[in-house]
Structure formats: structure tokens, C-alpha cells
Design a binder for this molecule. Structure first.
Ligand SMILES: [Zn+2]
Length: 226
């Protein structure tokens, strides 16, 4: 069985994603990329996350050719592949796509995730951009999402959800959780009509501080636990 460890990890994080309410039912999808082999392991289409077994995970190349797995891959496999094609050179080793409530609320409002809290720096940016609407599972959506993401390790998909990536699945998942929390804070601020967004200068200081924060620097410069 190819990518056995990655399959186990994806099944485990899929259950976490559902249990934490980051996605409902069969929505959302997770993948891990093996750059040396040029293969990604991705969740199957339309299977409940609590039922997914390691053998249900699909292994395919970045052109959509399935090399192992009896299941149909996620309908967003092309979106995941697009991120690896564009960003594996800068630390994209895993992708998490969710329809989490607050991030999706902002995406439906046409709002990016702003620096209402300094921990947005986990995305390596001061603002998580929003890409224009396209139908789910289409090459057009993949193209727009990848293009909008430049400089950020996450992007909001208009009227759809969130995509986050990281050097590994732990980082990508942690970023998706953190951004959902920041999106909730932003939404709560918007409800009160009062919102102070950190300035670029303030965020530059945070991003600089992050380079020396923690036990040891991450390969992609990201930090999620601060
Ligand atoms: Zn989706």
C-alpha cells in the first residue's frame, strides 16, 4: 500500500475535522503531498469522515491520474493539485479545505479575513485574501484560488469556504482551526459595528518576532502555537 502513514494521518485528521465542527457531513477535504514521488493522498468523494478507513484514501498524481485506490477522489482534487503545483516549492506539503462556519460566513459576505488578531500571522500574511466565486470542483475555481493565495498560506473561496496549507498536515490543520477562530472574532466585531484592524507596521513586527519564536524555527517560517 502506497503512502500508508499519510493515509492513516488523513483518516485521523478527517475525524478531527468533523468532530471539531470544521466541516459538516461529507463537506471539506484533506490531502498530503509526497513531492519526491509526485503523488498526493486525498480523501475520497462523498464518504462520511467518521467512516473513512486508510484504504479509502485515494493516491493520485497532480494531473488527476489515480495510481492507487478503489474510491473516487474528492471533487476538489484538482484544487489540491493546483496548490502543490504552485506552492510545494515554498512549503506546501498538505492542504486542508473546510466549509467552517465563520470563515465561510466572511466568504459569503465578500470579506477577507483581516488582522483583527495578531495570530493571523500564522498564515504568513496580514490578510487572508478572498478569491472570486466559481463552481465547486472546477479548474476555474482551482486557478482563481491558487492565484489569489500568493503570499498567504490560506485563501477564502467566495460563497464556499476556506483552503489552508502547511509543510505538513498538522500545520495545515492548525492554521485552518486558527483562521476559523479569527474569522469568528472578526464576525463578532462586525456585529458590534466596532473593529480595530492591526496596521501593516504592527503586523510586520509580529511577523518579524515569529521568526525567532518557539522551540525551533519551522522550515516554512510558520508558527501555529503562540
Ligand atoms: Zn468545498
Amino acid at each position: 500500500m502506497r503512502m500508508k502513514e499519510e493515509r492513516l494521518l488523513i483518516a485521523d485528521y478527517g475525524r478531527k475535522m468533523s468532530a471539531m465542527g470544521l466541516s459538516q457531513g461529507t463537506a471539506g477535504n484533506i490531502s498530503v503531498y509526497d513531492a519526491a514521488a509526485g503523488l498526493m493522498a486525498i480523501t475520497p468523494s462523498g464518504v462520511n469522515y467518521f467512516d473513512i478507513q486508510p484504504e479509502d484514501i485515494v493516491i493520485q498524481d497532480l494531473d488527476g491520474n489515480v495510481v492507487e485506490g478503489a474510491r473516487k477522489p474528492s471533487s476538489e482534487a484538482g484544487l489540491h493539485a493546483g496548490f502543490y503545483k504552485a506552492y510545494s516549492g515554498i512549503g506546501c506539503g498538505a492542504v486542508v479545505h473546510t466549509h467552517s462556519n465563520y470563515a465561510t460566513t466572511l466568504a459569503c459576505m465578500g470579506e477577507p479575513i483581516r488582522a483583527v488578531h495578531y495570530s493571523i500571522s500564522g498564515a504568513g500574511t496580514c490578510e487572508v485574501p478572498l478569491c472570486g466565486y466559481e463552481t465547486f470542483g472546477t479548474p476555474e475555481l482551482a486557478e482563481k484560488a491558487v492565484a489569489a493565495c500568493k503570499g498567504s498560506r490560506a485563501v477564502l473561496l467566495a460563497n464556499h469556504g476556506l483552503v489552508a496549507f502547511g509543510v505538513n498536515l498538522e500545520k495545515a490543520f492548525s492554521l485552518a482551526v486558527s483562521l476559523e477562530n479569527i474569522a469568528r472574532i472578526q464576525w463578532q466585531c462586525l456585529c458590534t459595528g466596532r473593529m480595530n484592524v492591526l496596521t501593516k507596521e504592527q503586523m510586520d513586527k509580529v511577523l518579524l518576532r515569529l521568526q525567532t519564536y518557539g522551540q525551533k524555527p519551522a522550515a516554512d517560517g510558520s508558527q501555529n502555537a503562540y
